[in-house]
Design a protein around this ligand. Structure first.
Ligand code: C2E
Ligand code: CA
Ligand code: CA
Length: 573
């Protein structure tokens, strides 16, 4: 029991330390006092033999000329004491000064000379200066304390904020002390803000914060807790003195019960619920930042599960689904705004004449960071958002093509179409509508599909693709050779272009058989009456080989990377 109380005290002092300044080392205190006494000894000595002649840097003078320097030095030492050590420094310097006064007064009385009267004034003057310094430093300290407290406190609820929490976690991690972090997110809090207004929402948050703070302060949960508000309706509870997972679960239940009790604000009753997720240090993570991510991942999982199972303990698989969840959120936000951007990568004939461009999606998140399609397209496919992504890219590409084909009527734009998008009932209508809107002739559009379309839903796919072809739109088979390549599928598709995947081009020149493989794909394409394009061409050597095997078109960094629409426009001019 006493051990737990000590631990509880340690967490509380750790938090206090966050709002405190760094201490000046004690050794400096001793050094200043030492310097003071050395200066005073020299001062006394120089006063006694003040008329003795000496040379200073070649100039003749007397010892007395240095008496003032030593007097200043001793006073400066006392002033430094107050500057660095505030109250203690002030008390020490005042004691030293007052103690030196009687000997000064005695020497005046004994000698009957007034030489030392300057020393008395200097002492009184120094006491005055040090008192003023102390008063001023007190004012500055009070101000600094207020600012520091504000930096670690949430303005609305008065709870510690995210900054305070992460500092405390860093402190515990540094000491290697185990702790658990609970992430709690209120359910449907947004609806209170939307329907009742932010003022009511704020009062509800304050009430929750008060209830939880009481539990933490009184140790009602049985563990040693630190409650913080980390953002809008998200709280975090750091649990310190606990023995088993059951202790954490019991603590969460106590916080949950307090939350779920009726909250009355302005004579209206609110019933709040929250989802809880938690992670443990050092079992789940090594740093404070990782602990936050793990606890959040567990909390998001609790949100996904919903219902009564609203407490989830972190497990490593959750991090992956957390990343997926994060990217899904980014895709949704990008779809609502203008975060899905169309980039164009040029395609050339083997003798370097512009054929057209492939439209490639880019996701720009709220921070302006560009996310690669390799990372977000698979998640868009999994979450059923891919057709919306494809459509956004398609519309931008067609707006570009509308202008481009007025300058060059043969220019093509290839767009990637996912299986799900192609299977949509209004796929053809959507395409037609956009082409008409931007006055793009059907023959200038090419759609890229992968062989997986035939594996997933051959019947419907061929019907749609036949319709596409009848409209005069071109069809290309993307990533050829990487999937379940079947010549009979290939024959069924009304495609006019075969795209050799980058993975074959990468290794093409490493062995004779790899080169023959590419040559064979080119031949198959030609036999089936298709033209052939190679993607991912980066070197002159690859270009030479492709030329020698009769490849028709080239797409790759060697002649152009994916670029924004404005740059692509300059290639058409
Ligand atoms: P993909 O259709 O095979 O596109 C070709 C990829 O190869 C592009 O990557 C392109 O930037 C890259 N590439 C082209 N030449 C070179 C080269 O010389 N060197 C290297 N290292 N890379 C080269 P990106 O833009 O990252 O796209 C990746 C994949 O994402 C695409 O592969 C496609 O499957 C998918 N994707 C991109 N945009 C869309 C879209 O709008 N809709 C759909 N459904 N999928 C898309
Ligand atoms: Ca493609
Ligand atoms: Ca490809």
């Amino acid at each position: 029991m006493t051990k737990e109380v000590t631990k509880r005290k340690r967490v509380k002092t750790a938090f206090k330390k966050l709002s405190q300044q760094r201490e000046v080392p004690k050794s400096l205190f001793v050094l200043i006092i030492l310097l003071y006494f050395i200066a005073t000894i020299f001062l006394k000595k120089s006063a006694r033999i003040s008329n003795q002649p000496i040379t200073f840097f070649g100039y003749p003078t007397t010892v007395g000329a240095f008496t003032g320097v030593f007097a200043y030095a001793s006073n400066v030492c006392l002033i430094f004491l107050v500057v660095f050590y505030k109250k203690i420094g002030f008390i020490t310097s005042t004691i030293i000064l007052i103690a030196s006064l009687p000997s000064l007064i005695l020497s005046i009385v004994h000698s009957g000379r007034m030489d030392n009267i300057a020393g008395v004034f200097s002492t009184v003057f120094t006491v005055g200066i040090t008192s003023l310094l102390l008063l001023n430093s007190r004012r500055v300290e009070r101000y600094q304390k207020r600012i520091q407290e504000q930096a670690v406190t949430d303005g609305l609820t008065g709870l510690p904020n995210w900054f305070a929490l992460s500092n405390l976690m860093e402190l515990l991690v540094k000491k290697g002390e185990p702790f658990a972090l609970i992430s709690a997110d209120l359910n449907d809090f947004k609806s209170i803000n939307d329907t009742m207004g932010h003022d009511i929402g704020n009062l509800v948050l304050i009430e929750i914060a008060d209830r939880w703070k009481t539990i933490a302060d009184t140790g009602l949960s049985g563990t040693d807790d630190f409650v913080a508000r980390v953002s809008g309706d998200q709280f975090a509870i750091l649990v310190h003195a606990y023995k088993t997972d059951d202790d954490i679960m019991d603590a969460i239940r106590i916080y949950r019960e307090a939350l779920e009790r009726k909250i009355t604000v302005n004579e209206c009753d609110y019933y709040m619920k929250a989802c809880f997720g938690y992670a443990e240090y050092p079992a789940d993570a090594e740093t404070a930042g990782e602990m936050s991510s793990c606890a959040d991942a567990a909390m998001h999982e609790a949100k996904r599960i919903g219902g009564a199972n609203s407490i989830v303990r972190f497990s490593p698989e959750l991090l992956e689904s957390e990343q997926t969840f994060e990217i899904e959120r980014k895709i949704r936000a990008a779809l609502e705004g203008d975060g899905i951007r169309c980039y164009l990568q040029p395609q050339y004939t083997i003798d370097h004449k512009l054929r057209g461009f492939e439209a490639l999606a880019r996701l720009v998140d709220a921070d302006g960071k560009m996310i690669s399609p390799v990372d977000f397209i698979p998640i868009a496919e999994k979450t059923g958002l891919i057709d919306q992504v494809d459509l956004k890219v398609f519309r931008q590409a067609m707006e570009f093509l509308g202008t481009a084909c007025k300058k060059n009527p043969d220019i093509l734009v290839s767009v990637n179409v996912s299986v799900r998008h192609l299977m949509k009932n209004n796929f053809i209508e959507e395409i037609k509508e956009t082409l008409v809107k931007h006055q793009v002739p059907f023959k200038n559009l090419e759609i890229e599909i992968t062989e997986s379309i035939m594996i997933d839903s051959a019947g419907k796919a061929t019907t749609t693709l036949d319709e596409v072809e009848k409209l005069g739109i071109k069809i290309a088979i993307d990533d050829f050779g990487t999937g379940y390549s079947s010549l009979s599928y290939l024959n069924d598709l009304p495609a006019s272009l075969l795209k050799i995947d980058k993975s074959f081009i990468d290794v093409m020149n490493t062995s004779d058989s790899s080169k023959k493989y590419v040559a064979a794909i080119v031949s198959i394409g030609h036999i089936l009456n298709m033209e052939v394009i190679s993607e991912g061409v980066e070197s002159e050597e690859q270009l030479e080989t492709l030329r020698s095997v009769g490849c028709d078109f080239i797409q790759g960094y060697i002649w152009g990377k994916p670029m924004p629409l404005s740059d692509a426009g300059k290639l058409v001019d």
